[in-house]
Design a protein around this ligand. Structure first.
Ligand SMILES: Nc1ncnc2c1ncn2[C@@H]1O[C@H](COP(=O)(O)OP(=O)(O)OP(=O)(O)O)[C@@H](O)[C@H]1O
Ligand SMILES: [Mg+2]
Length: 267
């Protein structure tokens, strides 16, 4: 059971090759960050994971089922994808309708729809926006509408495409809390982000992409500790990692806790 990309490639209509020979496995319950330069192919890669894009070469298997054999609507029950741009995802006139849409599409009983919507709304802090038109609320909150809509489908794997973009401290804390709650439920979370502090705080496994390819897949410490990977994928090392390197501290320092431990160990 897993999401498996096996030598998967994808070309956009017109022939532009955006992903070349990607091989990657996401296990149930795992938390993985995908990072890398603009245009590296991150969004294309995750759209192959949920069947919005079918590989032109190689295979993508979801719990053993080849995405070529299923519609994106079918796969969405197992793999939820929150679009990079919320305006590409939202199409209902109210926040409530948007969040209820998929559970209603699945023809779930009313009580189950209510349970799912209540949980998704509680996790995303949207209580006071339920009657609003999603297009009348600010971008970062609109992004939470799309997150809630995907959570309400209760998929086994959730993919967030740049959820940190434009988020303030409140939004970032909500994201971190909801990822922790999903992890408790055994739901895998794949997150594309350009915020390396967010990665350092929340992800043990990091996949780095550059030029249509996966160039590294390892622990956050391994990725940020590899200058060639950092350079090629054009990511910013976390500030504390830069500080620790400047001070010549040993070990992989990503977080405040790591730094305190390293400094305490010097005494
Ligand atoms: N619909 C499309 N048609 C043609 N080319 C596309 C299309 N969408 C993306 N591309 C190209 O494919 C490449 C990979 O794009 P992708 O959106 O996967 O990158 P990304 O890593 O998600 O970038 P970003 O960090 O800017 O979101 C880019 O060169 C992009 O211009
Ligand atoms: Mg993208």
């Amino acid at each position: 059971m897993s999401i498996e990309l096996k030598n998967a490639s994808f070309s956009y209509p017109g022939g532009f090759l955006a992903n070349e020979n990607l091989t990657l496995t996401i296990a149930p319950g795992e938390r993985v960050a995908i990072v890398g330069q603009n245009g590296a192919g991150k969004t294309t890669c995750v759209k192959m994971m949920n069947g919005l894009h079918k590989p032109c070469d190689g295979d993508v298997l979801i719990d053993g089922e080849n995405t070529r054999d299923f519609t994106a609507a079918h796969i969405a029950r197992t793999v939820g994808y929150v679009f990079q741009n919320p305006d590409d995802q939202i199409f209902n006139q109210s926040v409530r309708k948007e969040i209820e849409y998929m559970p209603r599409y699945f023809k779930l009983p009313d009580e189950e729809i209510r349970r799912r919507v209540d949980r998704a709304v509680a996790l995303t802090g949207l209580e006071k926006y339920m009657k609003k038109n999603p297009f009348d609320i600010p971008y970062p909150i609109r992004k939470f509408v799309t997150i809630a809509a995907v959570l309400a489908t209760e998929p086994k794997y959730v993919i967030f495409d740049e959820p940190t973009a434009g988020q303030d401290k409140w939004g970032t804390e909500i994201l971190e809390h909801l990822m922790d709650e999903l992890e408790k439920d055994g739901i895998a979370v794949v997150t594309i982000t350009h915020d390396m502090e967010f990665v350092a705080r929340n992800f043990k496994r990091v996949v780095a992409m550059a030029h249509k390819n996966i160039i590294a897949d390892g622990t956050a410490g391994e990725i940020f500790g590899n200058d060639a990977v950092v350079e090629e994928s054009r990511i910013l090392k976390p500030q504390l990692t830069i500080l620790a390197e400047s001070l010549g501290l040993p070990g992989q320092i990503l977080t405040c806790e790591d730094l305190v431990t390293a400094l305490t160990g010097l005494n």
